[in-house]
Design a protein around this ligand. Structure first.
Ligand code: DGL
Length: 273
C-alpha cells in the first residue's frame, strides 16, 4: 500500500523545474514535495539521449530512497528522452511535462500552426510534434531551439534588453510563419514569459506545460487514490530540496520564485545512485 502522505518526487537539470514545483504547490497544496535539481550536470539540453537517460535513472533511484509516491519529470529534455523507458521500469506513477503541454496546444490552436521553443535535445527528439499529431493530425508543428534562454534565465536576466534582443532573433521566424500558439517547451522559459509574449504579440497564445502538468498530476493521484486530502502537518519538512552542487546559489534562486521560504537545499552525490 502506498502512503498517501508520502511526498511527490520532482526533478530537473537545475532550477527550471521549480516552475513546475511552484504550480504543484499552488494546485495541490496538501502534497509534500522532494525536489532534486541536478545543478552539477546542467544543462541537459545539449547532452545525448543516453546521458540524459542515465542521469534520470540515477535521480529516480535517489527519489525512491525518499519513499516518494509518484514522480514528475519537470524537465522537457528528460521527459523527451527518458520518460517512456523509465515508466516501463517503475511501479509508481511517473509523468513528464511534454504530453500535458502538447495536449493543450493541440486543443488551443485555431489556424493549426503551433510553435515549440525548447532545448536542442527536446527539439531534435520531435516529441512535441509526435504527441500533438496524435491529437490533431493536421497541425503543423514548428520547433525552434533557443539554447541561450537557459543561461539568461539562470543569470536572472528575465527582463533585460539582452534577453529582448535574443528573443527577437530566435522568434522572428516563428512570427513570420504565422503561428497562433507557442509552447514554452523548457521549464526555464515561464520565467521569461513576458519577454516571449511581448516579442510574439497579442495574437499568439503561450502554453506553459507546468500548469497542465500539475493539473494532470492531481487527476492521476485522485484516480489512483493517492491524493493527500488532509492538510499535511509537516512544518519545515513539507518541501525538501536536494541538488548535486552549489546549494546556496540554488536556494537564492528558489526563494526568488517560490513564496514559501526555502530554508535549505542539501547537496548529495547523485553518482552514488
Ligand atoms: N529545464 C530543462 C528543460 O526543460 C532545460 C535546461 C537544460 O538544458 O538543462 O528542458
Amino acid at each position: 500500500m502506498i502512503d498517501k502522505n508520502a511526498p511527490i518526487g520532482v526533478f530537473d537539470s537545475g532550477v527550471g523545474g521549480l516552475t513546475v514545483a511552484r504550480e504543484i504547490m499552488r494546485q495541490i497544496p496538501n502534497e509534500r514535495i522532494v525536489y532534486f535539481g541536478d545543478t552539477a550536470r546542467v544543462p541537459y539540453g545539449s547532452k545525448s539521449k543516453e546521458t540524459v537517460t542515465r542521469f534520470s535513472r540515477q535521480i529516480v533511484r535517489f527519489l525512491q530512497t525518499q519513499k516518494v509516491k509518484a514522480i514528475v519529470i519537470a524537465c522537457n529534455t528528460a521527459s523527451a528522452y527518458a520518460l517512456e523507458e523509465i515508466e516501463a521500469e517503475l511501479d509508481i506513477p511517473i509523468i513528464g511535462v511534454v504530453k500535458p503541454g502538447a495536449k493543450v496546444a493541440a486543443e488551443t490552436t485555431a489556424n493549426g500552426k503551433i510553435g515549440v521553443i525548447a532545448t536542442e535535445g527536446t527539439i531534435g527528439s520531435h516529441i512535441y510534434s509526435r504527441y500533438i499529431k496524435e491529437i490533431n493530425p493536421e497541425a503543423e508543428v514548428i520547433g525552434k531551439a533557443c539554447p541561450l534562454f537557459v543561461p539568461l534565465v539562470e543569470e536572472g536576466l528575465w527582463q533585460d534588453p539582452v534577453t529582448d534582443e535574443i528573443a527577437k532573433r530566435y522568434l522572428t521566424e516563428l512570427i513570420d510563419i504565422g503561428i497562433d500558439t507557442l509552447i514554452l517547451g523548457c521549464t526555464h522559459y515561464p520565467l521569461i514569459r513576458s519577454t516571449v509574449g511581448k516579442t510574439m504579440g497579442d495574437g499568439v497564445t503561450l502554453v506553459n506545460p507546468a500548469y497542465e502538468t500539475a493539473r494532470e498530476l492531481k487527476e492521476l493521484l485522485t484516480k489512483k487514490g493517492l491524493l493527500n486530502e488532509e492538510e499535511a502537518k509537516l512544518g519545515d519538512n513539507r518541501y525538501c530540496f536536494y541538488v548535486s552542487d552549489a546549494a546556496e546559489k540554488f536556494k537564492r534562486f528558489a526563494n526568488s520564485i517560490i513564496k514559501y521560504g526555502i530554508l535549505s537545499a542539501k547537496v548529495i552525490n547523485i553518482e552514488e545512485y
